[in-house]
Design a protein around this ligand. Sequence first.
Ligand code: HPA
Length: 272
Amino acid sequence: MDIELSIIAATRFLREHKINPEIGVVLGTGLGNAFLEEVQVIETIPYNQVPHFPIATVTSHKGQWVYGIMHKKKVLIMQGRIHYYEGYSMNQVTLGIRIMKQLGVEHLLISNAAGNLNPEWHHGELMLLTDHINLQPDNPLRGRNPALTPRFPDMSAPYSIKLNNLLQTIAKKKKIKLHEGVYAAVMGPNLETRAEYKYLRTIGADVVGMSTVPEVLVANQVGLPCCAVSVLTNDAITDKPHQVALEEILEVAAGAEKKLTALFSELIKMIK
Ligand code: HPA
């Protein structure tokens, strides 16, 4: 499928539904119920109604666009993201980000669930991404260069310093612990072996997950300032084998949703 055609067709469809957002949000695994409660929803559109748009195949991801108002700002939310491990191409994985840019989104807020590699941190806490290590086997910027965006986008600061500073100010005010660190993106879908978790820590990662980085690469390429927050769903570095179950990840994500919602809600209020 031609990426430019997909962007045009999907964007046209959403424009026909009068979707005209300022802020984009991607909600990660098990995250979203609390956040969506704060949105005055105008329209909900399942992904399968949008031309060329992939369908979220993971049960913990709903798979719909939610458009609404939050603090008088027009917000477009991807409730459920598309992952590479589902079998989609990187162009499909990141189509939503390119559509958001075309629709006029000026700031992008991303959340995800991630395994904790930092021995001083604990599951249930949050981490603000300041950098990442991309270990995924494909790259959404490979190949044709849609809309003449840069061929070699700079990655010295992939996460907006302005948005990150605002989030830290909000976290302090609300007494929410918000670590800062490095996210390693792996392909998945299997969780890591104990040796792989140790390796990821050794190369400088604080958390590991299966998403986010393709979205951030595209956001940077198209000049869309973004920030991303990880919910640490499991402490991954352990001496004894500890099985990681999806149920556990979802339970911890649900427990941390309120904090994440408080941060994102206030950020949306403060973004100028
Ligand atoms: N590894 C990779 N992705 C994850 C993990 C993990 O331990 N936890 C939540 N997402």
